[in-house]
Design a binder for this molecule. Structure first.
Ligand code: 5GP
Length: 174
């Protein structure tokens, strides 16, 4: 079977999590399967080869394959975290949620001027989080040249928020 079929057969839909009416995609069963996880990392690496100088992973599931992608590309891996988790010096970016606001941070020294950045996460939903990450990368002087996600929840049109930053948006399943 294809990589897409294998991912689809492995990911679990969880109804009414974290709130009633939401169907949550649980991707953690992917990590139970080292062979499939290796194929997923390789697929992302193939798409990013020669195109990026840094991989930024979004807390927390973006760290898991993100660092493996960076190591295979032989480029630095940078953590983007929720506010208050990283020691200084940091730069932050706030963005709106359905209820309230969220703030993310990155070490202000790690993204060099003009660096081509891959922003990686597990799931693209509304795109608000990845968009805020791209703004953060911009504040640091970097340029987002690719986004990658395991899953795109296409009905939320998250890609629309990201195309102003980069049109290269890699998703393994929709
Ligand atoms: P967005 O900002 O695109 O609306 O939400 C994306 C963030 O929320 C990502 O960091 C992602 O991990 C998380 N997220 C949203 N929906 C889901 C989901 O159904 N499954 C998982 N695993 N993460 C989700």
């Amino acid at each position: 079977s294809t990589l897409q079929e294998k991912i689809n057969q492995t990911i679990v839909d969880v109804n009414d999590f974290p709130k009633e009416g939401i169907v949550y995609k649980d991707i953690t069963p992917l990590f139970l399967n080292p062979e499939l996880s290796g194929e997923i990392v390789d697929a992302f690496v193939e798409k990013a080869k020669g195109k990026v100088d840094i991989v930024c992973g979004i807390e927390s599931r973006g760290f898991l394959y993100g660092i493996q992608i960076a190591q295979k590309l032989n480029v630095p891996f940078v953590l983007i975290r929720k506010a208050g988790k990283l020691p200084p010096p940091t730069i932050s970016e706030s963005y709106d949620l359905e209820y309230g606001q969220a703030t993310i941070e990155v070490n202000s020294n790690y993204i060099k001027d003009g660096a081509r950045v891959l922003i990686h996460d597990d799931v693209l939903a509304t795109g608000g989080t990845a968009e805020a990450c791209a703004k953060l990368v911009e504040k640091c002087g970097g340029k987002t040249t690719q986004f990658s996600f395991i899953v795109d929840l296409t009905f939320l049109n998250g890609k629309d928020k990201l195309t102003p930053f980069a049109t290269d948006i890699v998703t393994l399943i929709e």
